[in-house]
Write a protein that binds this ligand. Structure first.
Ligand SMILES: *Cc1c(COP(=O)(O)O)cnc(C)c1O
Ligand code: SF4
Length: 353
């Protein structure tokens, strides 16, 4: 008799061993199980062993992203669906807000449930149903909507699907003539970097032009493993961007943000957006004042490589779309010239032609 050992990939073991109960988390990180259980009755819970180790090393800024906090249940300004995604969904799990691109949610799971998640109302919950039917309905809508040139594949986290399941989706999208560009949003390079395997990358490289936007919020998240994951993806010709969320007490300081942005460039990830926290219910304790965000942008622009400077984005409530928030450099519009100040505050002007 032969015994066949089927080796689970490392990333699947990480998920199997993820902490997902109040007891496990309170034991691992010495916190109050009752508080966590109270929050957990509203919102899901998951921390991969990999990220747990990072929390042990990196402390507070990582702890707060991952561990439930009783303040999640106290948010008077909060809205369940601040971006009106549900009313902008022609079929479930497909948000069509802009004319030429659509957001396709193909997974309801993540390697970690970030406490500040903008889709907290559904990600990781049973009520978010993603299955063969919803995916088929999404593909059908995309096929029948020729003005869509780009599809953003998101979730949850699309890289929690198996390589085969993800490839089936990519194949169907690639077969649609009017879809020219694919983009995947995934936090796995940060929260589960072992998900980025040579097999996955060899599959993904068949679907160019394919872009990946990932999500790092703090320099302590940029580890050797994260660098290995990003290198594999970049070497497969996949341009990498980062959508960082501005989080109070975590990355809303100039030194932390500068270090994060520099480190991202070093691992070949181009900072794309710095996102102002949405008004998502349960995230009040993470929200930073817009004035603070603008001051941070003023501190970055000109002082660090332009390659490292993201666009500071406000996603307007009620699904009105993203707008850039930029510090004001213009002093006045004169008859014949524009008066402005440079990044150091020195006044300058340029003639109108
Ligand atoms: C953010 C978002 C996009 C993509 O916007 P970009 O500015 O192109 O990154 C598309 N659709 C929806 C619904 C979004 O929320
Ligand atoms: S990885 Fe993204 S979608 Fe998943 S919980 Fe975190 S913020 Fe939300």
């Amino acid at each position: 008799m032969t015994i066949v050992h089927v080796q689970q990939p490392v990333w699947q073991n990480q998920l199997k061993n993820a902490l997902s109960s109040p007891e496990e988390i309170s034991q691992a990180l010495a916190c109050d199980p009752d508080e966590i259980a109270t929050v957990n009755s509203h919102y899901p819970l998951r921390i991969s062993p990999y990220y747990l180790e990072l929390i042990r090393q990196g402390g507070e800024p990582l702890f707060r992203q991952a561990v439930p906090d009783i303040r999640e249940l106290d948010d008077p300004l909060g809205m369940v669906d601040p971006l009106a995604e549900e009313s902008l969904s022609p079929v479930p799990n497909l948000v069509h807000r802009y004319p030429d691109r659509a957001l396709f949610l193909v997974s309801n799971q993540c390697a970690m449930y970030c406490r500040f998640c903008t889709r907290k109302r559904k990600v990781g919950k049973k009520s978010m149903r993603v299955n063969k039917e919803t995916i088929a309905a999404g593909v059908k809508y995309l096929k029948n909507t020729p003005q869509i040139r780009e599809v953003l594949i998101s979730g949850g986290d699309p890289l929690l699907l198996s390589d085969q399941a993800l490839e089936q989706i990519l194949q169907q999208l690639q077969a649609i003539q009017h879809i020219k560009v694919l983009r995947i949003g995934t936090r796995t390079p940060c929260t589960l970097p072992m998900r980025i395997t040579p097999e996955l990358v060899n599959m993904l490289r068949k679907y160019h032009p394919l872009y990946i936007n990932t999500h790092f919020n703090h320099p302590a998240e940029i580890t050797q493993e994260a660098e290995r994951a990003c290198t594999l993806l970049a070497d497969a010709g996949i341009p990498l961007g980062c959508q960082t969320v501005l989080l109070k007490g975590i990355n809303d300081s100039l030194p932390v943000l500068q270090e994060l942005l520099y480190r991202l460039l070093e691992i070949r990830v181009r900072p794309y957006y710095l996102m102002q926290g949405d008004l998502t219910e349960g995230t009040a304790h993470f929200r930073t004042d817009i004035k603070t965000g603008l001051a941070l942008m003023r501190g970055l622009i000109g002082s660090i490589s332009g390659m490292a400077v993201p666009t500071y984005i406000l996603d307007a409530p009620y699904g009105k779309g993203k707008i850039p928030l930029t510090p004001d450099y213009i002093l006045s519009h004169q008859e014949d010239k524009l008066d402005f100040k440079n990044y150091q505050g020195i006044p300058c002007s340029y003639p109108f032609l």
